[in-house]
Write a protein that binds this ligand. Structure first.
Ligand code: NAP
Length: 223
């Protein structure tokens, strides 16, 4: 396997003008829709960098099975390695307990300084649940939100008051979803071109998302 340089966030980088995208998600697995979303946000909002933050414990998914964080983290490193503006942070992994976004932004603010501007980037469906997020009023005061969605999404679902604090980005590639990728693997369908080669190799090498009996079939058609 290719050796990669771990671009962890640096903790000594203070800059009053810096604009940072925080790409929050479960990334189970990370796919080209996520990567394109991050790159689009970087260019559109003139971000100095985008930091991918795989969450440790998704607060709203306690009953769902989420893949071990070591795998989700490793796939995040592999997927982001080729973009010098992308980094991966273990900030939520190193913090025990639920992955509250407010705690994450505050930690980043301590690292980068209070003048740094943060853009929290995530899927619009995640944002639609914002009323239930921990300390959401404080959160909305200390960072901007960028919500990514596929074209044609009904934005009327979004309450008027959030339209003021939220930037929407239409990303055609978000027709791809992690759920669909997991389904494809379970059902012996190809995931070539919808995740990076390195991520696909990692998934097969570690037999993620597979029912054991289809592993050998998938290997045959994955080349
Ligand atoms: P989710 O329910 O897994 O995802 C909702 C939708 O958004 C899915 O279609 C998902 O597609 C998409 N999505 C998720 N992250 C994305 C991203 N970075 N870029 C583009 N699309 C994305 O939501 P989640 O991922 O668990 O939560 C998203 C973020 O919000 C996480 O960082 C989480 O910690 C945070 N959050 C915080 C709180 C809180 O502080 N209380 C509560 C909820 C969520 P894929 O399945 O393809 O990714």
């Amino acid at each position: 396997m290719k050796m990669i340089y771990r671009k962890n966030t640096k903790d000594n980088q203070k800059n009053s003008d810096i604009q940072i995208g925080i790409m929050g998600g479960v990334f189970d697995p990370i796919h080209i829709g996520h990567l394109f979303t991050a790159e689009e946000a970087r260019v559109k909002f003139h971000l100095d960098k985008v930091i991918f933050v795989p969450c440790l414990n998704p607060t709203h998914k306690r009953n769902d099975h989420v893949t071990a964080v070591k795998h989700r983290l490793e796939m995040s490193y592999l997927a982001t390695d080729s973009n010098s503006f992308f980094e991966v942070s273990k900030i939520e992994i190193n913090r025990s307990g639920p992955s509250y976004t407010i705690d994450t932004i505050k930690e980043f603010r301590n690292i980068y300084g209070w003048d740094a501007k943060f853009f929290f980037i995530t899927g619009v469906d995640a944002f639609l649940e914002i009323e239930t997020w921990y300390k959401k009023d404080e959160l909305l005061n200390i960072c901007q939100f960028v919500a990514a969605t596929r074209p044609g999404y009904d934005l009327n679902k979004l309450h008027q008051k959030f339209k003021k604090v939220l930037q929407i980005m239409e990303i055609p590639l978000l027709a791809i979803s992690s759920t669909d990728i997991r389904y494809r693997i379970r059902n012996n369908l190809s995931i070539k071109y919808i995740v990076l080669e390195e991520v696909r190799d990692y998934i097969y090498q570690h037999q993620l998302y597979l029912r054991k009996k289809v592993i050998s079939n998938i290997r045959k058609q994955s080349g």
